[in-house]
Design a protein around this ligand. Structure first.
Ligand SMILES: Nc1ncnc2c1ncn2[C@@H]1O[C@H](COP(=O)(O)OP(=O)(O)OP(=O)(O)O)[C@@H](O)[C@H]1O
Ligand SMILES: [Mg+2]
Length: 304
């Protein structure tokens, strides 16, 4: 779908030989701020021109077929794309008209998609008066008004409260169930873990990990949660050694008890020996579920 794409803004290399192939379903494009997520989406849409590289989206080339791509693709931009003085309904109808719908088709269809995203009577008010959550809903509605087969959603849950986020993810799941391809960019990993079947991790404009969610969460690393007790001095030297020898995701201490979450691909016997050496007592040692956050942090560290 995209190979060796290079995008430059003056002296910033925003995409650095970026290559991905995007399967059907919900695909997460994950990366820290400034990684190049929005740039990639804009490049496939033909809004940003690459220096070099090939892009193919449903057989179309964004450098030549911008208009046909707009008809087939829905785009929910990261930043506000709403006109303050227009109501949500006017806005969505307008976007429907832009993608070639007649006024007669666009109005009922706009009501339909606004119902779908859960915007009520507010649809008649100017969007200037909307909360962030309402704006995100209208932005999603305008992206799907012309029933595109492919959707690009740039940070769809941004600024939403937990309940709103949950609803937005549910909507994304529902859209995906009607046989659409969806690329969602985000850095909210808990959200992405819930909806994505496939994940692309991008850092500094490069793809640092790609795969199905299941394969990424099933890497052969074993995460453990361990509780140890001991004197402050022994706890300190023990945790220092853990920090040196293992990849650890958290260490916290209260009342002489230390909780450590770390990756141990070795044996428990070795940990016991280590604990003995530092004069700490292991109180519990249990496997813990690997999260997308672990995979993300690990990919970032490897890239660095
Ligand atoms: N129009 C532009 N002009 C100059 N630099 C830009 C422009 N757009 C993006 N950049 C730069 O390109 C890099 C990638 O930016 P991009 O917006 O794609 O990141 P992102 O992954 O979407 O980040 P965020 O999570 O903050 O939205 C950044 O260094 C950014 O400053
Ligand atoms: Mg962005």
């Amino acid at each position: 779908m995209a190979s060796d794409v290079i995008v430059r803004f003056d002296n910033i290399l925003a995409l650095d030989n970026f290559s991905v192939s995007i399967p059907r379903g919900v695909v997460g494009l994950l990366g820290p701020n400034g990684a190049g997520k929005s740039t990639f989406i804009k490049t496939i849409l033909g809004l940003v021109e690459p220096v070099s590289g090939d892009i193919d989206i449903v057989g179309l080339d964004p450098r030549k077929d911008v208009m046909s791509i707009r008809d087939r693709v829905g785009y929910m931009p990261e930043h506000d794309c709403l006109v303050d003085s227009m109501s949500g309904l006017e806005m969505v109808t307008y976007f429907g008209r832009l993608s070639g719908m007649t006024k007669e088709d666009s109005i009922p269809r706009s009501h339909e998609v606004l119902d779908f995203v859960g915007l009520g009577e507010e649809r008649y008010r100017p969007t200037a008066s909307y909360s962030t959550g309402m704006k995100q809903r209208v932005k999603l509605a305008q992206a799907i008004v012309h029933d595109p087969s492919i959707l690009f959603l740039d940070e769809p849950t941004n600024g939403m409260d937990p309940l709103g986020r949950e609803e937005m993810l549910e909507l994304i799941g529902k859209i995906a169930a009607s046989d659409k391809s969806i690329l969602v960019s985000s850095h909210i990993l808990q959200d992405m873990e819930k909806v994505c079947q496939y994940v692309i991790i991008i850092d500094n404009g490069r793809s640092v990990a790609q795969g199905t969610m299941a394969s990424l969460l099933d890497q052969d690393m074993t995460k453990r949660r361990m509780t140890v007790r001991g004197s402050p001095k022994s706890l300190q030297t023990f945790s220092e050694q853990i920090h040196r020898d293992f990849e650890e995701t958290s260490i916290s201490e209260e009342f002489g008890q230390m909780n450590i979450v770390f990756i141990n691909d070795g044996s428990f016997a070795m940990i016991l020996d280590m604990a003995k050496g530092h004069d700490v007592q292991v109180r519990s040692y249990v496997p813990d579920r690997l999260t997308l956050e672990d995979v993300f942090i690990r990919s970032m560290k490897r890239d660095a």
